[in-house]
Design a protein around this ligand. Structure first.
Ligand code: NAP
Ligand code: ZN
Ligand code: ZN
Length: 350
């Protein structure tokens, strides 16, 4: 066992406080990572504030981890000491079910072990659960550690580990590319990376944001069009327009209005995860043979493919690096949509 510094909340009200956490002794396939940067995903906020229910306290969030390998177990082959590596939302899965065998570990039938707030199978009976990347070190089995290519800074790579793959995966699954009209709802942490990736894939990208305040940035990230959803005219002008719409909004949306923006056979994919059910009208779906779908992060191999794609296309997240004592403030600013476009914690400040 080793001890690492971490930032934890002990109740939904916070605040974050510095704590010491135990990291397990290295097993033969384990990798010890010195965390350099940890992104702040809106899912961290949903969890820390117990908006989804079931948060175990103390809670150390963080599933956008970029760092350097500090030590490896005796049988590790994929990574060496000194390698630049990343860890996303999962740290293990059963490895035997159909989704795991297909490389879609995020859909593991018994359930993947998530990077934080997830029961650890071996220690679950004793109340063991995972503690995430707002920490100076993590220990992760090698199969869930990906390589961060040279050419992407660790700071701008960190958010790719969740936000990047969460957008890359549905863009690939629904064949975004030349000739496809793709809309992205919400230009926050997920959305802004989605704009960059979809544009790099060759799709015609439209941003649907609450206002036009970030329009210039959106165009710079590769969007061809930018509309304000606060303007009712938008929904008239764009009716029947898109092949694919990715909804990254963390709050409740009148989803039926957005479904009407899909073309024949178009698909609207839910990525944002507020708690309440959605209201879609059967007529809206049936009318144009539209689909309403969802997508959860991406598998380990796809996470690596996404990082390689981003390196090739010079894509990183737009970030604001903060010290660990500013996490509470950062959370409030994310909720107020006051972030350009991802907060990243500098682990050296822990
Ligand atoms: P974020 O940085 O807060 O971005 C969300 C964006 O949604 C905001 O920037 C804002 O964009 C828009 N928005 C916020 N409140 C709104 C409201 N009341 N009405 C309309 N639009 C609103 O959050 P994020 O980190 O990108 O995460 C977004 C959501 O995805 C969260 O619910 C998170 O839990 C979820 N998530 C899901 C997965 C998955 O695998 N499916 C993975 C990661 C995260 P504009 O200012 O442009 O309008
Ligand atoms: Zn996330
Ligand atoms: Zn499985």
């Amino acid at each position: 066992m080793s001890t690492a510094a971490a930032y934890a909340v002990s109740s939904p009200e916070g605040p974050f406080e510095k704590v010491a956490v135990e990291r397990r002794e290295l097993g033969p396939h384990d990798v010890l990572i010195d965390v350099k940067y940890a992104g702040i995903c809106h899912s961290d906020i949903h969890t820390a504030r117990d908006e989804w229910g079931g948060t175990r306290y103390p809670c150390v969030p963080g599933h956008e981890i970029a760092g350097i390998v500090a030590a490896v177990g005796s049988e590790v082959v994929r990574h060496r000491v000194g390698d630049r590596v990343g860890v996303g939302c999962m740290v293990d899965s059963c490895g035997k079910c159909a989704p795991c065998l297909a490389g879609e570990e995020q859909y593991c039938v018994p359930g993947a072990t998530m990077t934080y707030n997830s029961p650890v199978p071996e220690t679950a009976q004793a109340g063991g659960y995972t503690l995430g990347g707002y920490s100076t070190q993590v220990v992760v089995t090698e199969g869930f550690v990906v390589s961060i290519p040279e050419g992407i800074g660790l700071d701008v790579a960190a958010p790719l580990l969740c936000a990047g793959v969460t957008l890359f995966s549905p863009l690939r699954h629904w064949n975004a590319g030349p000739g496809k009209k793709v809309a992205i709802i919400g230009m926050g942490g997920l959305g802004h990376i989605g704009v960059k990736i979809a544009a790099a894939m060759g799709a015609e990208v439209t941003v649907l944001s609450q206002s036009l305040s970030k329009q210039e940035d959106g165009k710079k990230f590769g969007a061809a069009h930018y509309y304000a959803t606060g303007d009712r005219q938008t929904f008239k002008d764009l009716r029947g327009r898109f092949d694919l719409i990715l909804n990254t909004v963390s709050a409740d949306l009148p989803i039926d209005s957005y479904l009407k923006l899909l073309a024949l056979d178009g698909t609207l994919v839910i990525l944002g995860l507020p708690e309440k059910p959605l209201e879609a009208k059967p007529f809206t779906l049936a009318g144009y043979r539209r689909s309403l779908a969802g997508s959860m992060i991406g598998g380990v191999a796809q996470t690596q493919a996404m990082l390689d794609f981003c390196a090739e296309h010079g894509i990183g997240a737009e970030i604001e690096v903060i010290s660990a004592d500013r996490i509470d403030e950062a959370y409030d600013r994310v909720i107020a949509s006051d972030v350009r476009y991802r907060f990243v914690i500098d682990a050296a400040t822990m």
